[in-house]
Design a protein around this ligand. Sequence first.
Ligand SMILES: *Cc1c(COP(=O)(O)O)cnc(C)c1O
Length: 374
Amino acid sequence: MRATTQQIPFVDLKRQYRQHRSEWLGALTRVAESGRYIGGEEVAAFEKEFAHYCGTAFAVGTGSGSDALRLALLALKIGPGDEVVTVSHTFVATVDAIVHVGATPVFVDIDPVTYTLDPKQLKAALGPRVKAVLPVHLYGLSADMAPILETCEAAAVPVLEDAAQAHGATYQGRACGSMGKAACFSFYPSKNLGAFGDAGIVATSDGELADQLRLLRQYGEAEKYNHKIVGFNSRLDALQAAVLRTKLPHLDAWNERRREIAALYDATLGEIPGIGTPTTPEGRRHIYHIYGIRAQRRYALQQFLTNRGVEVGIHYPTPVHRQPSYREIRTRSLDLSATVAVAKQELSLPMFPELTRPEVETVCRLISDWAQPR
Ligand SMILES: *Cc1c(COP(=O)(O)O)cnc(C)c1O
């Protein structure tokens, strides 16, 4: 077995900063010198540019992806007594948002191949109290939206997309974020499009919903000191908007680079017995926010790689319905066996656009050594 002293990070945001330093700093300076730190031109321009990127009529900036979800649910008038169907195999914020508005999460299983909401279970989960369906485009792969949209349309239930991991992913040529009634994105720094702090956005083509979101994020204020509804303070900062504006034109190239890295991983790891590589169904463009493999002895492999300088992650070790925070929360669950199985085996490998080919090759070689000790 070969050891390596090389450190391969799971994600390294400084590499991108070094490459684009003058662009990013230019954007920050522009805002600093403008004297306009909340709202203003940068925010309005980014909202327009991001809506255009998604193919929606509007996008409304928020303080985070979590707030994007919470405000979108409120704008859809979802509250106590209502149910929202989603998955348990996701980042906890998806489900927390449902709890925060007073509604009850209903968990359906994931498809064991794509790890996204299983449309076959959806019909069984619907009922008179279900007021929205919240699929997650997990790891950068779109959920199977055609049957989800069809089922929801027949039941007259709106679809809210959690696109926090899917900036630039597509499904049958349609952008993630453009298929539901609304879609929520996060610009947490390590997301495929990341700010210099917390930021989020809701994309929608529904003008009334966009108006409601603008009220909710700013104290319910229709005009200065005229408060139409009880609202929040959750806005996209001008500094973040300016940085995001300079980053957005690079997003497609960064996603393409992630796809190249994924293809490198696929080619080598796909040959290793006991290692499951991600599967992308036809018609979906995966943008690999996470490159997740499956391994039987996941923690042993994690330890092996960590000891050799490769930083890996697990997304996610415990499904939401089994989190301590959900012990006392009222939820409804269908059969979640795929969710539980995937949570036991998933391991996320280093993935970011600036990861080098030799680094990817080192990771592959180590996994191969682990699987077939010589
Ligand atoms: C990151 C993320 C969120 C939350 O976004 P924040 O900006 O961190 O609040 C929600 N859902 C999913 C699937 C995420 O990955």
